[in-house]
Design a protein around this ligand. Structure first.
Ligand SMILES: Cc1cc2nc3c(=O)[nH]c(=O)nc-3n(C[C@H](O)[C@H](O)[C@H](O)COP(=O)(O)OP(=O)(O)OC[C@H]3O[C@@H](n4cnc5c(N)ncnc54)[C@H](O)[C@@H]3O)c2cc1C
Length: 318
C-alpha cells in the first residue's frame, strides 16, 4: 500500500484529526506520506514525521494561503499522478470534504466518506461506516485505485511513533480554473476555554433548557468544570446555539472523560456523537428518557434547579 494523508492545519498547528488519520495509516503499513499545503507551513513537516509519515510533501506557496479547495486538489492530484499513491486519506473537515470530492472527480476515483475505521482484510483495504441513521455499521470497499477516504471527526487519536520524515517540496502548479475563486473575508468565532474536540469535560444542553437564554446554565457549569459547551441538533436548528457546538451524527464526535447532558433526550443521532465519553451524566425530568439507558449516572429532575446548585457547589470547592 502506498498512502498519502492530506494534513489539515489551523493557526499554525496540524489538526489533531489529521494526525490521528496519519497514525492509523502508519499502523496499516506500507509507505505512508503526508501532504501539507498552505503558506508558511514548512515548519509543520517535522510534526508529521513524529506522527507516522516517512515522507512529507510540503506545498508552500502564497497561492495556498486561503483555505480554498481547488488549488489543493491541483497539488494533491499532481502528487497522486506523479508518485502513484494507491490510497489518499483525509480527516473530515469542511475544507477536506471539498478537496476529497474535487480530487475524486479529477482522478475519476472512488471516495468513501464518514468512515469510522479502516482495516486490511486479505490484503484489501476495508472501510467501516455507519448507515441507517447510525444504527448499523457497514463495510465498504473500492472498485479501483486510487482509493479515497474521508474519516469522521474524532475517530483516531494521534499516536506519536517518533520518526523523522524526509521532507520534499511539492510543485505548486495551479490550473487556471482553480484560481478563479477568491477568499473575500474570513472570520473566526471568538471562544473561551477548550474546544469540544479537545475538552476533557463537556457540558451539553438540549431542548429541555426551554430557551436560548438558559444556555447560561450550561456555560456556567462548564466554566466551573473547566470544560466546553456542546449542544444537540434540536437547539442548533432552533438557533439557540452555534452549529460548531453540535454533537452527533450530523455534528461532531467527541470523547471527553466526562459528558454532562442537561435536558437531552438521548436520541440515537445524538448518542453516536458522544457514546465514546468516559462517564456520562444525564439530568432529565423524564425518568423514561432514552439517555438513562446509556448514562453512567442519571438524575431525574428539573435542570433549572439542579444545574445552578451543581455549579455553586463546584465553585465553593475550588
Ligand atoms: C438524519 C438526522 C441527523 C441528526 N443529527 C443529529 C445530531 O447530529 N445531533 C443531535 O443531537 N441530534 C441529531 N438529530 C436529531 C435527533 O433525532 C433529536 O431530535 C435531537 O437529538 C433531540 O434533541 P434534544 O435531546 O435536545 O431534544 P428533545 O428530544 O426534545 O429532548 C429534550 C429533553 O429534555 C427533557 N426536559 C425538558 N424539560 C426539562 C427540564 N426542565 N429539566 C430536565 N429535563 C428536561 C425532556 O424530558 C426531553 O427528554 C438528527 C436527526 C436526524 C433525522
Amino acid at each position: 500500500m502506498s498512502t498519502l494523508v492530506f494534513l489539515e492545519h489551523h493557526e499554525g498547528e496540524l489538526q489533531k484529526d489529521s494526525l490521528g488519520v496519519l497514525g492509523k495509516a502508519a499502523q496499516l503499513g506500507g509507505e505512508v506520506s503526508a501532504l501539507i499545503a498552505g503558506s508558511g507551513v514548512e515548519r509543520l513537516a517535522s510534526q508529521a514525521g513524529r506522527f507516522g509519515a516517512a515522507k512529507v510533501y510540503v506545498a508552500d506557496d502564497p497561492a495556498l494561503e486561503a483555505p480554498l479547495p481547488q488549488p489543493r486538489v491541483d497539488v494533491s492530484a499532481d502528487l497522486v499522478r506523479r508518485y502513484g499513491f494507491d490510497t489518499v486519506l483525509f480527516g473530515a473537515t469542511v475544507l477536506t470534504a471539498d478537496v476529497a470530492a474535487g480530487l475524486a472527480a479529477r482522478l475519476d476515483a472512488g471516495l468513501n466518506w464518514d468512515l469510522v475505521d479502516l482495516t486490511q482484510e486479505n490484503g484489501k483495504l476495508v472501510g467501516k461506516r455507519p448507515a441507517l441513521d447510525d444504527t448499523v455499521y457497514v463495510d465498504v470497499g473500492w472498485k479501483s485505485e486510487p482509493r479515497l477516504a474521508l474519516i469522521r471527526t474524532g475517530t483516531f487519536e494521534p499516536v506519536e511513533s517518533g520518526g523523522d520524515a524526509e521532507v520534499e517540496q511539492a510543485e505548486v502548479q495551479l490550473e487556471e480554473f482553480s484560481t478563479q475563486a477568491k477568499m473575500i473575508e474570513q472570520a473566526h468565532e471568538e471562544s473561551e476555554g477548550p474546544s469540544i474536540e479537545d475538552a476533557d469535560v463537556i457540558v451539553a444542553g438540549g431542548r429541555g433548557l426551554g430557551g436560548p437564554e438558559n444556555f447560561a446554565l450550561v456555560e456556567e457549569l462548564a466554566k466551573a468544570l473547566g470544560g466546553a459547551v456542546a449542544a444537540t441538533r434540536a437547539v442548533v436548528d432552533a438557533g439557540w446555539y452555534p452549529y460548531a457546538a453540535q454533537v452527533g451524527q450530523t455534528g461532531k464526535t467527541v470523547s471527553p472523560k466526562l459528558y454532562i447532558a442537561l435536558g437531552i433526550s438521548g436520541a440515537i443521532q445524538h448518542k453516536v456523537g458522544m457514546q465514546g465519553s468516559g462517564t456520562i451524566v444525564a439530568i432529565n425530568k423524564d425518568a423514561n428518557a432514552p439517555i438513562f439507558d446509556f448514562a453512567d449516572l442519571g438524575v431525574v429532575g428539573d435542570l433549572a434547579q439542579i444545574a445552578p446548585k451543581l455549579t455553586e457547589l463546584l465553585k465553593a470547592r475550588s
